[in-house]
Design a protein around this ligand. Structure first.
Ligand code: PLP
Length: 333
């Protein structure tokens, strides 16, 4: 029985073609700037997303932290959603390591931050206050795709108020594929964008931070300081390049599978939130632990949460979706 792992899109295995690309990668010492494959990845993604420079890093957490620390000095502040990954799921790194004060605000149901609330949270220029420097958004946000006109409005606000604008684009390409636009239509509004290669794109490791040459130079220094300077990292970069060149369009399959799963579970009477990309949220309440155990016996891995998140990815086939729906049906009986 093959295992179906719906806990996250981080669990994917490198495809055979990706493994070959990793094995064949030309290598050098990237701390010296001499790894040709890392350099190729950085140049490729910077160009594809419309930035002057990019930096390959081990994780999205480090990528976001470098962006926050490159935009903000000690005693500065960034505005961020209460549920945002950078605020809630990265160990408080901005505060701990960057001496950057987060100013969290509640998010909206569509994954955005209300811009009137954002503007109200910007502190006046007064020595009582931390200096508000940056707004950080996330896209997709818990599977939801931020509308392009919202991004334009966020850019207008941040420009008018002298703030930088960062995107945690861990799943940027899910958003672009869902909207059917070039990713630049999203990234053009931002001063920096962090992209995860290790989520639905299917690479085993790695994120890339894109920004101006000056911002990336600063981030490069910080990366070394934080211990993220990797040496012959080209094998990992090759996986990322392979994913960016061949595994972006197929994200549409994951979105279709998520829709199929949502439809099937809704028919069984489960309360399912509307699906926009590769995440399905089900309200299972106190059944969470029992459901997880029941599915585990059938080779299906779930997280035990009352608001259960199921994530589709390149190791979840259409047939697997059918098996999951059957398991939920059997649980219901
Ligand atoms: C996964 C993720 C990150 C980065 O996570 P790492 O595990 O550190 O690579 C950042 N933001 C979001 C929204 C994510 O889903």
């Amino acid at each position: 029985m093959s295992i179906i792992d719906l806990r996250s899109d981080t669990v994917t295995q490198p495809t055979p073609g990706m493994r070959e690309a990793m094995w064949a990668a030309e290598l050098g010492d990237d701390v010296y700037g001499e790894d040709p494959t890392v350099n190729r990845l950085e140049t490729y993604l910077a160009e594809r997303l419309g930035f002057a420079a990019a930096l390959f890093v081990p994780t999205g957490t480090m990528s976001n932290l470098l962006a926050l620390m490159a935009h903000c000095e000690r005693g500065d502040e960034y505005i961020v959603g209460q549920q945002a990954h950078t605020y809630k799921y990265e160990g408080g790194g901005a505060a701990v390591l960057g001496s950057i004060q987060p100013q969290p605000i509640d998010g909206e149901a569509d994954g955005s931050l209300d811009l009137t609330r954002v503007e109200a949270a910007i502190k006046p220029d007064d020595f009582h206050f931390a200096r508000t420097r940056l707004l950080a958004l996330e896209n997709t946000m818990q599977g939801k795709v931020l509308p392009l006109d919202y991004l334009a409005a966020a850019r207008e606000l941040t420009t008018r108020r002298g703030l930088a604008l960062h995107l945690d684009g861990a799943r940027l390409f899910n958003a672009a594929v869902k909207l059917g636009v070039d990713a630049r239509q999203i990234t053009q509004h931002f001063d920096s964008v962090s992209v995860c290669l290790s989520k639905g794109l299917g690479a085993p490791i790695g994120s890339v931070l894109c920004g101006s040459a000056a911002l990336i130079a600063k981030a490069r220094r910080l990366r070394k300081m934080l211990g993220g300077g990797m040496r012959q990292a080209g094998g990992l970069a090759a996986a990322g390049l392979y994913a960016l060149e061949r595994q972006v369009e197929r994200l549409a399959d994951d979105h279709r599978h998520a829709e199929l799963l949502a439809d099937g579970l809704r028919e069984l009477g489960f309360a399912i939130e509307p699906v926009q990309s590769n995440m399905v949220y089900a309200q299972v309440g106190e059944q969470a632990a029992a459901l997880k155990a029941f599915c585990a016996e059938r080779g299906i891995k779930l997280t035990a949460a009352p608001r259960l998140r199921m994530v589709t990815h390149l190791d979840v086939s259409g047939a697997a979706i059918g098996r999951v729906i059957e398991a939920f049906a059997a649980f219901r009986r």
